[in-house]
Design a protein around this ligand. Sequence first.
Ligand SMILES: NC(=O)c1ccc[n+]([C@@H]2O[C@H](COP(=O)([O-])OP(=O)(O)OC[C@H]3O[C@@H](n4cnc5c(N)ncnc54)[C@H](OP(=O)(O)O)[C@@H]3O)[C@@H](O)[C@H]2O)c1
Length: 319
Amino acid sequence: MKNVLVLGGTGFVGTPVCELLLRQGWRVTVPTRRRANAELLHRRFPEVRLLELDVHDEAALTQALTGHQAVVNLVAILHGTADAFEKVHVKLPQKLARACGAAGVRQVVHLSALGADSTRPQSAPSMYLRSKGQGEAVLLQAAVLGQHAGFDLTILRPSVIFGVNDKFLNVFAQLQKVLPVMPLAGATTRFQPVWVGDVAGAVVRSLERTDIACAPNQPLVLELCGPDVFTLRQLVELSARLSGVRGGRGRPVLALPRWLGRLQAALMELAPGEPLMSRDNLDSMKVDNVASGKVPGLSCLGITAASLVPIASAYLGRK
Ligand SMILES: NC(=O)c1ccc[n+]([C@@H]2O[C@H](COP(=O)([O-])OP(=O)(O)OC[C@H]3O[C@@H](n4cnc5c(N)ncnc54)[C@H](OP(=O)(O)O)[C@@H]3O)[C@@H](O)[C@H]2O)c1
């Protein structure tokens, strides 16, 4: 049996990734900052081994990786300071590359984000995307140059991800249940949402790939997108239609001009807890979040991307 360590395995993408890995016969270990954060995962999949661990502690990470053939990195943050993005999206991949070398791990799958660019990280519009690009570059360098003994690397760049517990369509639907109108920044930005089940499938196929005709060489970089493109406004309207808010009509969408959107985001950043939207999120939306067409997609792994409407109507409608 092969062993895989799934960093960030307790999250939205992590749970279906662990499920598929178990189904494929992998022995799965998930580090978590706090055991309580893994409660849901543990309840659903008690066979997943949990480790309470600070993944930013390189010695502890190296020890955790020992005895594993593969690692999947799903750790990321959506909001924070430049230092926080650097710590999680750049320094962690650096430590991971060194730790893989020290522990003899030969396969790495890293979740990045659509819009990140390892060749020109600074050209991206937000701290989130710039740091994601830098993180990719770190891992590519380690894999290509065979630094730290080298490893097989797959980088996956998803567009926004939908699925049962997403914080995207579910949030739009919830907001419309309580607000009289939907003030929306970035209403015209286009997205190509991808299903969480397809993202999980891509992670597992990446680990098990033997012959990939469309990209036979190492390392593999893929953009993960669904078949349909929507503007943000269309997604908000769709979430209302599928969840039946006001008989499916939803609330009127009030597209905010850029300056007002920034003010709204700045105020949201002041609220306690994770902001619904930050100024950095708005910066990410300065460019469309759709496939570039320059790198292969899900079909490269033999996956036919699922459409949003049938899947989202099942889980939004149920709620
Ligand atoms: N969701 C999307 O729409 C989307 C779109 C594009 C790309 N992605 C990428 O896909 C990957 C998975 O996303 P996700 O939505 O599953 O994320 P998520 O639900 O937020 O899960 C991330 C996990 O990382 C761990 N984590 C968070 N902050 C950390 C920190 N500062 N230090 C150490 N560990 C930390 C947490 O585990 P513990 O609490 O157990 O420690 C958490 O469960 C990420 O790389 C993300 O950038 C996601």
